[in-house]
Design a protein around this ligand. Structure first.
Ligand code: NDP
Length: 443
């Protein structure tokens, strides 16, 4: 509590950061008690503080030739176990506190993957929505004009996140190459497969979340096949969570965006999914258009959590599933909740799931498939080689199985079997903390 209070006192406005720190500190407390060496080395005080923060201005030109201005950030949170690694988010809500929460979470997530990656996060309050390709290119180029100094394959390897997909990564990579005259493929992940990207990276977070859920269900003798699944969001993570759920024989009844939610009682089909992929990735339209085209229910401002389902996959954004909604899911008999987004469930919601013994996986465990496959992209770039889609998918699957068993076994070891929040936080923490102790007080 002392460390948490000091975090709040130092930056009182950074509410989502406080929330992320609270969740971690509360859950790792048994490990800190058990191993006094972490207190001696002031690991908690050090781990909540980013190693470095870079903030800069990003001027760019809009379609009328007018200069626009945004803010750019990079948080280099913790490099004890590897180069900083974590995505860029381009969204109007981006402020320092939001990125600190994401960078902090990322540090534990990356540790859980078992790969040598530290934690970082960055982005801008730039909103790519409604912008032309030229505007996005102008912004991305200007953003990279500053960012290139701070990143590198052995230093910091950013990737995508909300608002940063293949298009944005492509423009940023192009700018990096022009500025540095280096074809440094290992400097960004999520690249297109024709210039150093890994196959399966776009699918990885959504697929990984579903693989993790399948593992949780197995512990109760259940499987995804035949289950009713509610998904939120319709971006990268949601799209591939839906695809994998369909492949495994589940019935997916919802998707959403920041305007509203569609409800498809008979379940989405492959044809529907193809249509949504085109809507979201090519036409960049709204999910409402799906309801109009296929004549299904659409609720403006609605969320998926009001519908009866066996499995809930929140894949949109932070704090999109509150305590009341968690209670509705529990009352409706939900079996498993797999966080695809980062911290989509509020602290109240988490307590409700854990107390009701719902199979609940925190995003730092179940959405780690994306960064894991970014790690696999880095490995392929270092080898100057590439793996087939099957090979990458198999490795991704194995990593998710490993993360599941690590979180599961750790929770058991600390006397709370089935508590994945506790298991994931402690397992992620121990590896970083040990690395920090081993590297001395400056690490
Ligand atoms: P995208 O930008 O591709 O999609 C985000 C989706 O969430 C969109 O459907 C968007 O709707 C919706 N959304 C965004 N903000 C809100 C909001 N305030 N209320 C309701 N819906 C909202 O992002 P990703 O799919 O890449 O990321 C989704 C989540 O997963 C984020 O939390 C991200 O940090 C996390 N994540 C992503 C990884 C990745 O590999 N991409 C890896 C690990 C975690 P709209 O279009 O209307 O804004």
């Amino acid at each position: 509590m002392r460390v948490y209070n000091s975090v709040v006192e130092k930056d009182p406005a950074q509410k989502v950061f406080h929330q992320a720190v609270f969740e971690v500190l509360e859950n790792i407390a048994p490990a800190v008690e058990k191993f006094p060496i972490y207190k001696e080395h002031k690991i908690l005080e050090r781990i909540v503080e980013p190693e470095r923060i870079v903030q800069f201005r990003v001027p760019w030109k809009d379609r009328d030739g007018e200069i626009q201005l945004n803010r750019g950030f990079r948080i280099q949170y913790n490099s004890a176990i590897g180069p900083y690694k974590g995505g860029f988010r381009f969204h109007p809500t981006v402020v320092l506190g939001l990125l600190k929460f994401l960078g902090f979470e990322q540090t534990f997530k990356n540790s859980l993957t078992g790969l040598p990656m530290g934690g970082g996060k960055g982005g801008s309050d730039f909103d790519p929505k409604g912008k032309t390709d030229s505007e996005v290119e102008s912004f991305c180029t200007s953003f990279m004009m500053e960012m290139y100094r701070h990143i590198g394959q052995f230093v910091d390897v950013p990737a995508g996140d909300i608002g940063v997909g293949a298009r944005e990564i492509g423009y940023m990579y192009g700018a990096f190459r022009k500025i540095t005259n280096v074809h440094g493929t290992g400097v960004l992940t999520g690249k297109g497969p024709r210039y150093g990207g890994s196959l399966i990276r776009p699918q990885a977070t959504g697929y990984g979340n579903v693989y993790f859920c399948e593992e949780m269900l197995k512990t109760k003798g259940e499987e995804l096949k035949g289950k009713v699944v509610a998904v939120s969001g319709s971006g990268n993570v949601a799209q591939y969570a839906v695809e994998k759920s369909l492949q495994l024989g589940a019935k997916v009844i919802t998707m959403s965006d920041s305007n509203g939610c569609i409800y498809v009682p008979d379940g989405l089909t492959k044809e529907h999914w193809d249509w949504i992929m085109e809507l979201k990735n090519v036409r960049r339209g709204r999910i409402k258009e799906f309801a109009e085209r296929f004549n299904v229910e659409y609720t403006k401002g609605g969320k998926p959590w009001v519908y009866k389902c066996d499995v809930a996959l929140p894949c949109a954004t932070q704090n999109e599933l509150n305590g009341e909604e968690a209670q509705t899911l529990v009352d409706n008999g939900v079996l498993a909740v797999g966080e695809g987004a980062n911290m989509p469930t509020t602290l109240e919601g988490i307590i409700i799931f854990v107390e009701n013994k719902i199979l609940f996986s925190p995003g730092k465990a179940s959405n780690a498939g994306g960064v894991s496959t970014s790690g696999l992209e880095m490995a392929q770039n270092s080898q100057r080689y590439f793996w087939s889609a099957e090979e990458v998918d198999q490795k991704l699957h194995q990593i998710m199985v490993n993360i599941h068993s690590t979180a599961y076994e750790t929770a058991k070891l600390f006397g709370q079997p089935g508590n994945y929040v506790l298991g994931a936080n402690i397992a992620g923490f121990l590896k970083i903390a040990d690395a920090m102790v081993a590297q001395g007080h400056l690490a």
